[in-house]
Design a binder for this molecule. Sequence first.
Ligand SMILES: *[C@@H]1O[C@H](CO)[C@@H](O)[C@H](O)[C@H]1NC(C)=O
Ligand SMILES: *[C@@H]1O[C@H](CO)[C@@H](O)[C@H](O)[C@H]1NC(C)=O
Ligand SMILES: *[C@@H]1O[C@H](CO)[C@@H](O)[C@H](O)[C@H]1NC(C)=O
Ligand SMILES: *[C@@H]1O[C@H](CO)[C@@H](O)[C@H](O)[C@H]1NC(C)=O
Ligand SMILES: *[C@@H]1O[C@H](CO)[C@@H](O)[C@H](O)[C@H]1NC(C)=O
Length: 611
Amino acid sequence: MLLLLLLLAFDASLSRAALYKDTSQPIHARVQDLLSRMTLEEKIGQMTQIERENATGSVITKYFIGSVLSGGGSVPAPRASAATWAAFVDGLQDGALATRLGIPIIYGIDAVHGHNNVYGATIFPHNVGLGSAGDPDLVKRIGAATALEVRATGIQYTFAPCVAVCRDPRWGRCFESYSEHPELVKAMTTIISGLQGETPAKGVPYVGGSSKVAACSKHYVGDGGTRSGINENNTVGSYKRLVGTHMLPYFDAIDKGVSTVMISYSSWNGIKMHKNRHLITDILKKRLRFKGFVISDWQGIDRITNPAGANYTYSVLVSVTAGIDMIMVPYEYTKFIDTLTSLVKQGFISLDRIDDAVRRILFVKFTAGLFEHPKSDSSYRSQIGAHRDLAREAVRKTLVLLKNGKNAKYPLLPLSKTASKILVAGSHANNLGNQCGGWTITWQGASGNTTLGTTILQGISNTVSKNTQVVYEESPSSSSVKGGGYDFAIVVVGEPPYAETQGDNLNLTIPQDGANTIESVCSSVKCLVILISGRPLVVAPHLSSMDALVAAWLPGSEGQGIADVIFGDYDFQGKSSRTWFKSVEQLPMNYGDVEYDPLFPFGYGLKMGKK
Ligand SMILES: *[C@@H]1O[C@H](CO)[C@@H](O)[C@H](O)[C@H]1NC(C)=O
Ligand SMILES: *[C@@H]1O[C@H](CO)[C@@H](O)[C@H](O)[C@H]1NC(C)=O
Ligand SMILES: *[C@@H]1O[C@H](CO)[C@@H](O)[C@H](O)[C@H]1NC(C)=O
Ligand SMILES: *[C@@H]1O[C@H](CO)[C@@H](O)[C@H](O)[C@H]1NC(C)=O
Ligand SMILES: *[C@@H]1O[C@H](CO)[C@@H](O)[C@H](O)[C@H]1NC(C)=O
């Protein structure tokens, strides 16, 4: 009998009883064990990330899919609740757990200023504003809050932070960049410790439990350096300059244990980053010792060729060979799987390369605790929208005071809470969608009541005395302003929401309706102008007519934070994360340039002091 038991135990060890499931084993041993059990089909499945639209439990089971994403605005149902989201993600996870080896999926989403695809989530200021706040602890707390809201929906992975160093504000993604200054961007990588938790071992990918999410530093590398700020274009310069300007934040991100790195659509010296083996494998993986996985951007491998997808075999061959581990396909996944399978079977891509990719993906999944806790935790459901006070604090800190009084002896700010009648005007004064910008509910964002929050007008109304009459008119005529008997006016104008290429802009003027409102109001009454924009705009022609000017960037859902400051409950502390140029002809012009003649320099920001 004893012998029989011994034999059975021996037999179990021969079939290598699921060492990868044994939590007492070190992660590298679990990864190695699991990898050794996997077929090529299972490995290639792990490397495949598909869009939510294509994802069902049975698709995941059938193709051994390793990851699913929501693209911008891709939601299981309009205004889906946290419970609906979590049920959806858990349903996909069931498909993954039903496979032979039961390897969980990791679900990724662009939670880039809060969990911004989700209706009712807290929307934090976009990165350009957070760079102006310049507070590493603040962004860390925002990271932790965002992780909780993401976990509320059952999701375990965010494609954030963007650590682009935007060197030309004509770029449509400039608001996703903390600053033009690499050191300031680097200082903001504390958000990674907020999202993932503090890694106990420097440089080792880490996700600290079910209240944290895997992060992604993007877009490696040089995304913010393209010519004239053209999205996805070419960044030209020496290796030394690439390292000193655009690669710098990655050093810190890797130290902080960032789990993944996303590759940039852009090229460096004419070579698409998605095929740059030297920068991905030799530099990122070997020299910088990045141990997490490298992910492509959305159809990023397709865009290696011009036109996109012209030779998909080539795209798969050169991107995987370059060192990309997971491909954000995201739609034509059977084509991707078939192409990669045939390239491996024909010997064009080595099994070693596939194993490196899968090892990295599994490593992240193990560290994220997905094997032990593959499903959502319902105790986080109430986290959606639960961080509005933090967002309001962030708004206060992001505001940059650029001008206060036509004559510095007579400042306009802080504004009086007890004025008898004030005017609030402009396209962005009472418009939640406009103050949130792109990447809010939908990819491009949209004007209007797209989600929950407090508009700037509502914040003003909440703050002034009961006896103050607040009149709101979006675009008043100058005669109505003159005859209105106002003590002062607050004009809130700026850019419409946009994202990526749609935001590329060569003139950077204040849109005409906003410029008109500034002129008609400010010529008639004392005025504060609040600019809502993802970057500095050309303000020089309007500056003399304004009594005061505040750059509020893209503040997000908590407009109250603006009233908190302009009425003097808090002082300004923002320092511009970007150079304010006089005219677009000066661009690109950044802090440290030999020819530097700004309207307001990098780091500029006034205080009000006490009234
Ligand atoms: C950069 O933009 C120009 C103009 O749109 C285009 O012709 C060129 O192909 C782009 N270069 C890259 C590397 O994308
Ligand atoms: C597509 O790329 C593959 C791999 O580089 C190459 O062998 C093939 O000739 C290309 N096809 C065409 C039509 O150019
Ligand atoms: C994925 O979904 C897209 C959009 O609905 C569809 O066009 C595509 O055919 C789907 N892919 C597959 C492999 O079914
Ligand atoms: C949004 O809703 C508020 C409150 O119902 C309303 O006053 C406002 O006009 C709406 N804004 C837009 C842009 O539709
Ligand atoms: C500035 O560029 C934007 C984006 O291309 C365009 O929509 C707008 O009309 C331009 N404005 C002017 C004044 O040319």
